[in-house]
Design a protein around this ligand. Structure first.
Ligand code: BES
Ligand code: MN
Ligand code: MN
Length: 481
């Protein structure tokens, strides 16, 4: 009965929810860019005010400073909030992030990235799905209970940070420090910061890959050089770097770094069996990417590659010429960026050791007089959970309750149960919560697989956003049972 009232209320408030999303998308909280730090901090304050408005008590936990390119800037505070302290109720900790990836119209967006724009039932804007939309869904769910005078059946705690896209600097330490104070008495943890496996069917998620992100810097000269004057005499930094980056992978995407796969567990029969029941269309996935062919062909192999095997990606080169036209320059210094997605049982420190050793060997074998520096820019641990526990059952039921509504929204949903998925992406804090608080962490995604997090034209479907509020409201009830 309560659920029905809540769902009706939520449907009636669509406009209001969208206008709030509008407000937050306009705040350019790009954590990676020093110039945007004020906006990033402003975003945390915005959310703090909203939590206060639903009568939560809030604390802004300061994390000190961060140094980017010799400039020291303040880290955004972590927003810790608390709503309800009823000893008879369970306590749910909600985590989300308020920062976003960089975005510029010139990257190929069809609309202004920081102006929420609706088209064909899709809400476009940076952060719409990662993670501002889902974070707002928690707020809307609370608001729905309160406005209708329905008691929220759980105590809530919130941990909202604004450095997730930049490796969650300082967050682990804060959680360890406040383990027996703020984070005490937490019974369950829920994070909505990932995506459905496809575009039509909800899922709940029990695994994430970790990440070790590297920079490799090569310097060859005191200044940039004209290639006509100096070309042919200088050991060029770019030549060294391209060779190093090329030595990381073979043409089939196999990582060539010795020892790096240590700890990766062989696939089990149960795992392969469980993949078989999952709704996932390799063709749709390939088409959505716009790729001609994938390394793998079968559904099971594609899922395994994304979820339970490591991968290495090359992201970019700082300092390399990348403008229009034909600039005949020899860059004096270039910094290659690449990362390794790690899986449970791999030890990040070991992975990093293997990478650094390998790069040093490769570089030495070139007999280059240039200097090379390797750094780990950020890292996050992989995570896997027991998906049979109470938290996952509650999430599953919430999705099922929500499913009726997805049906009403004319989405073609098949199968009575949400799929159980893992993800290839990383949310560094997930394992920290699990290990430090020793409580179950559930990932409850709201957005769809084609939302384009980190990409051009990031969006959240209007229906996912609105029905997401219903799923979270329903989850409050399910987890309290
Ligand atoms: N929401 C993502 C995590 C994610 C990505 C979940 C893909 C599921 C699929 C998160 O905001 C993110 O982008 N994380 C970074 C973490 C990194 C900077 C440590 C990532 O995965 O690259
Ligand atoms: Mn995210
Ligand atoms: Mn992200």
């Amino acid at each position: 009965m309560d659920l029905k009232k809540l769902f009706e209320f939520i449907d009636k408030n669509e406009k209001n929810y969208i206008s709030l999303l509008n407000e937050v998308v306009a705040i350019k909280s790009v954590s990676a860019m020093a110039a945007n730090r004020d906006e990033t901090i402003k975003m945390v304050h915005w959310m703090a005010e909203k939590l206060k408005a639903v009568k939560a008590t809030v604390e802004l936990a300061e994390l000190g400073k961060q140094t980017i390119d010799v400039v020291s800037i303040p880290l955004p505070p972590v927003l810790l909030g608390e709503l309800g302290k009823d000893a008879k109720k369970k306590t749910l900790l909600v985590y989300g992030h308020l920062d976003v990836q960089p975005a510029a119209k010139s990257d190929g967006w069809n609309t202004e990235p920081f102006v929420l724009t609706e088209k064909d039932g899709k809400l476009y804007g940076r952060g719409a799905t990662d993670d501002k939309g889902p974070v707002l869904c928690w707020l809307h769910a609370i608001n729905a209970f309160q406005t209708l005078g329905i008691e929220i059946p759980v105590n809530l705690k919130f941990c909202f940070e604004a450095m997730e896209e930049s490796g969650s600097i300082g967050l682990d330490e804060l959680i360890k420090k406040k383990k027996d104070t703020f984070f005490k008495n937490v019974d369950f943890v829920c994070i909505s910061d990932n995506y459905w496996l496809g575009t039509k069917k909800p899922c709940i998620t029990y695994g994430l890959r970790g990440l070790s992100y590297f920079s490799v810097e090569i310097e060859c000269a005191a200044k940039d050089l004209h290639s006509g004057i100096y070309g042919g005499t200088v050991y060029e930094a770019m030549t060294d770097l391209v060779a190093l980056l090329s030595s990381l992978l073979d043409s089939k995407g196999k990582i060539l770094i010795p020892g790096i796969l240590e700890g990766v567990l062989p696939k089990t029969k149960e795992e392969i069996e469980s993949y078989k029941n999952i709704t996932f269309d390799v063709n749709e996935y390939t088409k959505e990417i716009g790729a001609k062919k994938l390394y793998q062909q079968s559904k099971e192999d594609v899922l395994a590659a994304r979820w339970r095997y490591p991968s290495l990606s090359i992201h970019g080169i700082e300092g390399a010429f990348c403008g229009q036209g034909a600039k005949t320059v020899i860059p004096r210094k270039v910094v290659g960026k690449f990362s390794v997605r790690t899986v449970p049982q791999q030890v990040p420190a070991k992975v990093q050791e293997c990478v650094i050793k390998y790069l040093k060997e490769q570089f030495a074998s070139r007999n280059s007089p240039n200097t090379m520096k390797v750094n780990v820019l950020c890292s996050g641990k992989p995570w896997i959970a027991n998906f049979k526990d109470k938290n996952f059952m509650a999430g599953r039921n919430a999705m099922k309750n929500g499913r009726l509504l997805y049906l009403m929204a004319n989405l073609n949903i098949y199968g009575a149960e949400p799929d159980l998925t893992r993800e290839g992406g990383s949310i560094p804090v997930t394992l920290t919560f699990q290990e430090e608080l020793r409580k179950s962490v559930l990932l409850l995604p709201i957005g769809a697989s084609d939302d384009g997090a980190h990409s051009q034209n990031e969006k959240i479907n209007r229906s996912n956003y609105i029905n997401g509020v219903k799923v979270l409201a329903s989850y409050f009830i399910e987890i309290s049972k």
